[in-house]
Design a binder for this molecule. Structure first.
Ligand SMILES: [Zn+2]
Length: 211
């Protein structure tokens, strides 16, 4: 892949400004006035997952949070602040956790290679691997089991969202977003919707009946 030169970043920005002004002379006045996105996207920091580009979303359409391996930690102030602001103030309609195949964070959880602080960050994925070891070890290749773990990780993070007091409050006032789990298939560019075990979670009391 050709590397983008530092100077090119500014040149590209100039080009982008000109393109936008060509579509509408008031583009930046509208952009500056307010935001009312319908989607909160929680994705991985991986540079190969350009969230807006793969769905051709425009500025103002996605509220975005990214971290390594798209985690929703129940004690992570950063993620929780984004979640609270988007639910309580932006009144977003959909929360989408989007993971991807060949995720380095998920791979590190399987390999157990010491990579410093990231070891702590991905501890919940390691836990998930241990919990599902029998299924995951049955895949023919290490990559296939890691990719499956990426899916399980996405499902686990959506479950965490349901468990936050932020969503509990939204359910109580009967005004809540829909929660989805997606995978970006890096092998062909497609996004896949994962099936969430909503009925099972309802029985466990994680998802309320009104959902
Ligand atoms: Zn990743």
């Amino acid at each position: 892949m050709k590397h983008l030169d530092y100077k090119e970043l500014f040149e590209n920005n100039e080009q982008w400004i000109n393109e936008k002004l060509k579509t509408s002379s008031t583009f930046f006045d509208e952009l500056a006035s307010s935001q009312s996105p319908d989607y909160l996207m929680i994705g991985c920091s991986d540079s190969r997952v350009p969230l807006s580009s793969i769905m051709k979303a425009k500025a103002g359409e996605f509220f975005v949070h990214r971290n390594i391996a798209n985690q929703v930690g129940l004690t992570d102030m950063n993620t929780l602040s984004v979640l609270e602001y988007s639910v309580d103030h932006l009144h977003i309609k959909h929360i989408i956790v989007i993971g991807h195949y060949r995720c380095g964070g998920v791979g590190a959880a399987v390999d157990g290679v010491d990579q410093g602080l990231i070891e702590n960050w991905i501890a919940p994925i390691k836990e998930l691997y241990i919990k599902n070891k029998q299924e995951l070890d049955s895949y023919p290749t290490r990559q296939a089991s890691t990719d499956r773990l990426s899916e399980l990780n996405v499902i686990e993070q959506t479950r965490n969202i349901f468990r936050t007091p932020i969503l509990e409050r939204a359910f109580n006032r009967k005004n809540f977003p829909k929660i989805h789990g997606w995978i970006f298939d890096i092998y062909n560019g497609k996004i896949k919707e994962l099936e969430l075990p909503i009925e099972k979670w309802k029985k466990e009391g994680i998802v309320p009946e009104c959902y």
